[in-house]
Design a protein around this ligand. Structure first.
Ligand code: PSU
Ligand code: MN
Length: 295
């Protein structure tokens, strides 16, 4: 198996049991347009540092898995046409010397391999609408169940079947914990109709829940109030996006990027601001939890 390349700053922090936060790269390469993605990538690392943790953005470059990127490497993730690598793709990417951004599944696996316990992202992959016919269920769910990493996210997008996603998480014994909310967040919206089984109100409680479990855990952190998307705009974009998938016959791993693209262009940037702010907010909370875990 290929050796992980861990950035020196990250390695030092891990060796000294100081807080580290892993950051996903698919959100940068496939979830946000250039050059905005680069600004977000830098902002994420900045808020993690400000909260007292070391950021470790994860990606595969020329067949080498990197935990912690240099500025030049972050440039590549944000400008090159990289592959989208889920966990099952890692071996092939290493063997064939390919470059790709990592999803929640592959980022969690690489973070865990490096010894990083906390990870921030925007939205999680899940059960797609119509999955009873297509079987389209993100590998994110199964990998979280098997990988003891705490993932801070803003729930899942309503482009997924949220109820089914929560059912699968229950089946897989993944703890789902709301952060200062009683309902599961719906990415662009603070709350969905679905209740979360557990709620915590500060980073210390979140860290304690994770430390007492043995699997991955979801800490569901709603988008900040000021950036929540208008419900009507949201429902319109969703209906249009789903129609677009049907007419263009989009399947598999292209589904999420195509829907995101539609949201960003058709909302005139409103969804882009929402997306950026919620991820930054998640990176900050992840750093606060990592600080508590390292105590
Ligand atoms: N959901 C989002 N934005 C994203 C993704 C999901 O709101 O960018 C990305 C994440 O990297 C996630 C992946 O891990 O899509 C899931 O892809 P799939 O459904 O193909 O497993
Ligand atoms: Mn899929």
């Amino acid at each position: 198996m290929t050796t992980l390349h861990i950035a020196e700053e990250v390695r030092d922090a891990l060796a000294g049991n100081r807080p580290v936060v892993a950051l996903e790269s698919t959100i940068l390469s496939h979830g946000l347009p250039a050059p905005r993605n680069r600004e977000v990538g830098v902002r994420l690392e900045t808020v993690v540092r400000a909260a007292g943790a070391v950021p470790a953005t994860i990606a595969v470059l020329d067949g080498v898995p990197h935990v912690g990127l240099t500025d030049q490497q972050l440039d590549r993730v944000c400008s090159d046409d990289l592959l989208k690598l889920s966990k099952r793709d890692l071996g092939a990417a290493y063997a064939l010397g390919r470059s790709g951004a990592t999803t929640v599944a592959s980022t969690a696996a690489l973070a865990h391999a490096a010894g990083v316990r906390v990870f921030a992202t925007g939205g999680l992959g899940g059960v797609h609408r119509g999955a009873s016919e297509t079987w389209d269920v993100s590998a994110d769910l199964d990998v979280i169940a098997r990988t003891p990493v705490l993932i801070v996210c803003s729930g899942v997008k309503s482009i997924l079947d949220m109820g089914a996603t929560l059912e699968v998480l229950e089946t897989l014994s993944v703890p789902v914990v709301g952060y200062q909310v009683d309902r599961f967040p719906a990415f662009y919206r603070r709350e969905s109709e679905f209740e979360v089984p557990w709620r915590v109100d500060d980073p210390k409680q979140a860290a304690a829940v994770f430390a007492n479990g043995d699997s991955g855990m979801l800490l569901a952190n709603p988008i900040p109030h000021a950036f929540e998307m208008d419900a009507e705009l949201h429902d319109r974009l969703l209906a249009e996006g789903l129609e677009l998938l049907r007419t263009r016959n989009v399947h598999g791993k292209d589904v999420t990027p195509v829907l995101l693209e539609h949201f960003h262009t058709a909302s005139g940037g409103v969804s882009l601001d929402a997306n950026e702010e919620l991820v930054v907010n998640n990176a900050q909370l992840a750093a606060e939890v990592a600080v508590e875990l390292a105590r």
